[in-house]
Design a protein around this ligand. Sequence first.
Ligand code: NAD
Length: 495
Amino acid sequence: MSSTSSEHSYGLFIGGKDTPGTAGDRQDVLDPATNRAIGSIAVASADDARHAIESAQHGFESSDWAGGDGAQRTKVLQRIARKLEERLDEFARLETLNMGKTLKESRGDMGFVVRTLDYVSGLADKIEGETIPVPGARLDYTLREPLGVTVHIAPWNYPLLLAVRSVAPALAAGNAVVLKPASLTPLTALAFAKLAHEAGLPEGILNVVVGSGGRIGESLIADPRTASVAFTGSGDVGRRIAELAAQRFIPATLELGGKGPVLVFPDADLDRAARGIAFGIFGNAGQMCWAGSRLLVHASISEALVNRVATIAKGLKLGPGSSDGVDMGPLVSPGQLASVLSFVEESGAEGGRIVCGGSRVTSAPLGDGNFLAPTVVADLPSGAHILRDEVFGPVLAVTTFDDTEQGIRAANDTRYGLFASLWTRDLATALATARRLQAGMVSINEAPVTFPQAPFGGYKESGLGFEQGTDAILQFTRRKNVVVNLSQPKPAKTS
Ligand code: NAD
């Protein structure tokens, strides 16, 4: 590993300041395109996690962030959005350097973050209660209060976007936040916290600690001052987080994995479908919870469609995300590459046919990075491992169906239920199928796409609770019912 660059050197962000961790531990951060160090970060100890919670608690109690006028929060969130917009290219470059995705993808992510901040800023002064008719001379009303200290644990595939997706509504609702980004990709979260404070966020209202999920993540959730946890990541860790949250009776939102089916009917526009399918599995190098990773295509058009997708895959230019004209960057780490490759190898042993890709790029100049050629595996038997579990890489697993019932059954034959898509020109088929797909999000004639105002979440083992949309902000509030007795004292009897 080469020496680290001080340009991307960060401490923890606690109490509005960049602080070295108490134990003095540091960790290199790598560029997935070369596996060389690009900077270093402070690694939090359990004491640092406690300090971050303390700082959030103090910020919550001492600033007027929670109790003040929601319109003030609107202003600050909008200032953060404008500052990020001004520095969008710089943040996009940092994201690409750290995570590997193409600059075009990172710019898209940063645009989504700006849009999220703008969207929730508009909700900050619209958190309202209700008045409820009750018997007698009484007034019954509800208040919506912020929860207090909210913990947010984020994955590495959309580092800043997925962090801000839950942090922004928590802030808009008046909470104080402790964010733990993934250790592989912490740079934009740390830079964002600094930017947010420069934009006027009070000290202690957004804290960022980086460290092992098992130690730091769990100690954040176990802290008695933590009022809720918003988690995005894998199902195994999600299950553990649900247990920890249940032990403390605190709410948890869980945004977990997926195994998105893409159903293609015989009347679909195949060129359009092929482009959408390729985008849905090779975008972000396939490291997407809602990748369309299982292609279920009607047998009559299978060869024509698979050939089209394979042609697109072979034409994709691989390279460092920051290079011009690159369509697909590397996988995030050597470990992720090895895991994806093991799925591909196993699929061959299970009878799958590698239509294209299937191997790591070993030639210069990409040989030191985690590059995998975009891969299509066809002719898979229905129980194949690659059709069941989340691969999280640029690998499309293809299987066929002969009639609609069989196709829908195959689409739903998974423990996941995050995203599904379908391609057909027939409106009745489209709408009837969309109803029957067991997924939190369905796209019709559309690659995976979402907006801050549209709910994002999954059925089955893909999670619990939805993010985005107007509900997102309410999840970071609790209701209080207040009843007032309005009856007048009876006049004293005069004898
Ligand atoms: P991961 O579960 O390994 O890690 C996610 C985060 O949890 C990291 O910050 C990690 O440090 C932390 N963590 C790990 N163990 C922990 C513990 N015991 N307690 C508390 N925190 C802990 O996931 P990943 O590899 O970073 O991300 C990939 C996964 O995320 C995939 O399964 C993907 O589908 C899922 N994902 C889901 C969505 C969604 O919105 N549904 C979005 C993106 C990614």
